[in-house]
Design a protein around this ligand. Structure first.
Ligand SMILES: [Zn+2]
Ligand SMILES: [Zn+2]
Length: 392
């Protein structure tokens, strides 16, 4: 059978079982005519790296001929031969083709190809393209034919995203309004990323309005949008003023409701009661620890982050109490809460299977549990099945 010999990589008859040609199997060698290396196999052919390099050089010359600007074609050759592409490797083919393609597109679209700018490059090959030919871009800025400005590229990419949002909603009855809003933001020199957040918030509000006209926009829509995404409050402020200048209604964003001290106290007590109850029969150790952490934070009036950062060596256990942070707050937990604490916190310092100093370690042990993990357990409502189990 014929196949590629595993040793000399030539296509010739090979022994079927180990895919080595006859000359290689009996130890015949020859000298590579290009690099003079002694290589396995008979004949006069160059070694694999040399023949691969020859192929790459041929490809470079062919590609260079298709780049319409002479200096750019020369720059392309210099780049390929600069050592940034391993020419004696099969991977070279793809990389040479990619760089040549970028050069051709830049040569065809750059308005002033004598002085390449970040904008021209982005216009020619796009953000994705600049990522694909990063070594070529590095070379061009090293040899001084390109003023590469990474911050500028980020701006261009953000602009593109803003444009994509507008394009996605171009069939909406509010498309002209959105575009005018973007233009007004740009005119006031708002950064593209700010423009994008502003547009996203505006879109969320307009989604509540649906296809109705801007004149119908009401506090009700605004309240609903804010209930769904409270995070848009700040970003919407500007849009509300803009809507008023566009003949729309003057709306004011409702203040987030503040509870009276009495109501706050009442809610706090209700929360504590609910968490204690969940802690009595937790569905998982994770839930138990989340409840314990919330109770500690509320009862001791500490920020959750402070509780999460509790270290094992900051826990002192005596016969019927537990002291946390003995050197600082010195919070004393009495029974029965002390026992509950000791049941769910990692407090013995000799626990060898779980390294790390934390009383509430996260999944990998070298960091404390995250606030997100706590939030997950707080929000998770019991399923009906779990409720039944709890009652039984
Ligand atoms: Zn061989
Ligand atoms: Zn060679």
């Amino acid at each position: 059978m014929r196949a590629t010999c595993r040793i000399c990589r030539r296509h010739r008859p090979v022994m079927a079982d180990d895919r080595i040609c006859f000359p290689c199997s009996v130890g015949i060698t020859h000298t590579c005519p290009i690099c003079q290396a002694v290589i396995p196999g008979s004949g006069h052919a160059p070694c694999y790296p040399c023949s691969q390099r020859r192929r790459s050089e041929r490809q470079i010359a062919e590609e260079a001929a298709t780049i319409p600007i002479r200096w750019m074609s020369g720059m392309f050759i210099a780049f390929c031969e600069s050592g940034r592409i391993p020419l004696d490797n099969g991977l070279a083919t793809e990389r040479i083709a990619r760089a040549a393609d970028a050069c051709r597109r830049i040569a065809l679209t750059a308005p002033n190809p004598e002085r390449l700018t970040t904008d021209a490059l982005h216009a020619a090959i796009g953000a994705e393209g600049t990522r694909r030919v990063a070594p070529l871009i590095a070379f061009m800025s090293d040899v001084g034919v390109l003023d590469w400005d990474r911050a500028r590229l980020q701006v261009l990419i953000e602009n593109e995203r803003v444009e994509a949002i507008l394009t996605a909603h171009r069939d909406s009855p509010h498309a002209p309004l959105l575009r005018r809003y973007r233009d007004s933001l740009a005119a006031r020199n708002r950064k593209p990323i700010t423009q994008r957040t502003a547009l996203t918030a505006a879109l969320a509000l307009l989604a509540e309005l649906g296809d109705a006209t801007l004149g119908d926009l009401s506090q009700r829509h605004l309240a609903r949008a804010l209930r769904k995404s409270p995070g848009h409050r700040a970003a919407l402020q500007g849009f509300l003023s803009f809507v008023a200048t566009q003949g729309g209604p003057t709306l004011t964003s409702p203040k987030p409701r503040r509870l009276s001290p009495v109501a706050q106290e009442k809610r706090l007590r209700a929360e504590i009661k609910a968490w204690r109850k969940r802690l009595e029969r937790p569905r998982s150790a994770g839930e138990a620890r989340a409840m314990l952490i919330m109770l500690l934070a509320r009862i001791c009036a500490l920020p959750i982050t402070r509780v999460l950062a509790l270290r094992r060596d900051e826990i002192v256990v005596t016969r019927n109490s537990v002291t946390l942070w003995p050197a600082a707050e010195a919070i004393i937990l009495e029974e029965p809460f002390a026992s509950t604490f000791l049941r769910w916190a990692r407090w013995t310092s000799g626990w060898s299977s779980q390294p790390g100093p934390w009383a509430f370690p996260g999944r990998h042990g070298h960091q404390p549990l995250s606030e997100a993990a706590i939030a997950y357990h707080l929000d998770r409502r019991p399923t009906p099945a779990e409720n039944d189990r709890r009652r039984s």
